[in-house]
Design a protein around this ligand. Structure first.
Ligand SMILES: NC(=O)c1ccc[n+]([C@@H]2O[C@H](COP(=O)([O-])OP(=O)(O)OC[C@H]3O[C@@H](n4cnc5c(N)ncnc54)[C@H](O)[C@@H]3O)[C@@H](O)[C@H]2O)c1
Ligand SMILES: O=C(O)[C@H](O)COP(=O)(O)O
Length: 387
């Protein structure tokens, strides 16, 4: 029986995929696998029972990836599963940011008792006039699952779109419209664009990428959309830039006390992926990935271990080993089986950075004694008996 803990509510359509071999548990400490959305895992102690964490979503900055890898805990996310939800809210708020729609709506609400409201509207509407997005330059930073959809969609709405992503995947490049202009540097985006939308993960290198110096390079009145992560932007600097008029509007999905209520800021309560379609997609993908890992040892869409697919085991035994990516591991594994006179008809070994993963199919059922012998090899982080 596999024990599953949910740190956040996850859509039922995903949870319903768990079979009778799974049990939902309330405690993180009892779990073999955990489903999470944006709750932080950083403060939690990882129990020995824990084999995997699946982030039903894209961003994994709420999970200690290295600590998990060191403990043989595979972390998954669900690439692209909520990208359309984010694309749609970016389009909506980009248009909202180009006109004073919220200002106008709030003003009309404040006139609701006035019987002359219709006349007042016609007299005052010019105060809330804006500009169209057609023909304006949009910079899309990060051309992954979301960035590509955003770039293509807003180009179809007649914006002149510039994309920047030095690490663009082949897959994303295939999906990108030929009408998207390739910016050679971030500076080009900053200098050229009327609107800038950012779709990169929060990492040490992207943290604080929007700051005093970068705002100075931008066009006066530039409108910035952040549906990625709070800490990509230095709050004090953007508040200053809004006050001076350097930045015209700042749309953020990550409200915090420094930006809430500041004039020119449009705060959205982290709604990018909060559509039933995105929530369902993420839950289904996360649960399927967890089940395949727990039942077969296969890894798909992990952010701290390599992908690995051995299919379903049709041998007597299967053993899965999370280990360091260092010399001489494979020979130690195979010689352990050789000493027991156990044949290995099939195996796979993959690595990702400092970590590696090996799955061995063997001609006799795996035993706890065998697993213990493998676990004692220096560099082994976790051993699981799959069969
Ligand atoms: N607001 C929401 O609800 C919501 C929903 C989904 C994702 N997100 C955030 O959006 C981010 C992107 O999501 P995604 O699904 O598109 O991820 P993704 O991994 O498909 O794409 C990220 C892209 O950013 C690029 N990149 C990385 N560093 C870069 C840099 N310094 N400059 C330019 N490009 C860089 C990568 O090459 C990749 O193509 C997530 O990491 C998450 O933080 C937010
Ligand atoms: O990274 C993500 O996928 C988003 O920020 C969505 O987060 P959520 O699942 O908490 O809505």
């Amino acid at each position: 029986m596999f024990k599953i803990n949910c740190l956040n509510p996850v859509a039922n359509v995903g949870l319903n995929l768990f079979t009778k071999h799974y049990e939902m548990v309330d405690q993180f400490n009892d779990a073999n696998a955990v489903l999470v959305r944006s709750s932080s895992v950083h403060e939690l102690e990882l129990p020995h029972s824990l084999d995997a964490i699946a982030r039903a979503g894209a961003g994994v900055n709420n999970i200690p990836l290295e600590k998990c890898a060191e403990n043989g805990v595979v972390v998954f996310n669900t690439p692209g599963a909520n990208a359309n939800g984010v694309k749609e809210i970016v389009i909506a708020t980009l248009i909202i940011a180009s006109r004073d729609i919220f200002g106008g709506v709030n003003w009309v609400n404040s006139c609701k008792e006035d019987p002359e409201v219709a006349k007042l509207v016609e007299k005052n509407k010019s105060k809330f006039a804006g500009t169209e997005i057609k023909g304006k330059k949009l910079g899309v930073i990060g051309l992954g699952a979301i960035g590509v959809l955003v770039a293509n969609a807003l180009n179809k709405l007649d914006m002149e779109v510039y994309g920047f992503d030095p690490f663009i995947s082949v897959d994303a490049a295939w999906k990108l419209s030929k009408f998207i202009k390739q910016a050679k540097s971030l500076e080009e985006i900053y200098r050229e664009c009327d609107f800038i939308t950012v779709h990169v993960p929060l990492t040490d290198s992207t943290k604080g990428m929007f700051n005093k110096e970068t705002f100075e390079m931008m066009k006066d009145g530039v409108k910035i959309l952040n549906f990625s992560r709070d800490s990509l932007v230095i709050d004090e600097d953007i508040v200053e830039a809004l006050k001076s008029g350097k930045v015209g509007r700042y749309v953020t999905d990550f409200p915090n006390p420094k930006v809430c209520g500041v004039e020119g800021v449009i705060t959205v309560p982290h709604l990018g992926a909060s559509t039933s379609e995105s929530e369902d997609n993420c839950a289904i993908m996360a649960v399927k990935q967890l089940m395949d890992y727990l039942e077969n040892g296969n890894i798909k869409n992990s952010v701290n271990y390599p992908n690995c697919d051995m299919g379903v085991c049709n041998q007597a035994g299967r053993i899965a080993i999370n280990h360091r990516n260092i010399p001489n591991m494979l020979s130690q594994f195979t010689s352990t089986f050789a000493k027991e006179n156990i044949n290995i008809p099939d195996m796979i070994n993959k690595s990702k950075g400092k970590y590696a993963y090996t799955v061995l199919d063997i001609e006799s059922p795996s035993t706890p004694e065998l697993a213990k012998k493998i676990r004692e090899i220096d560099g082994v982080l976790k051993v699981r008996i799959i069969k």
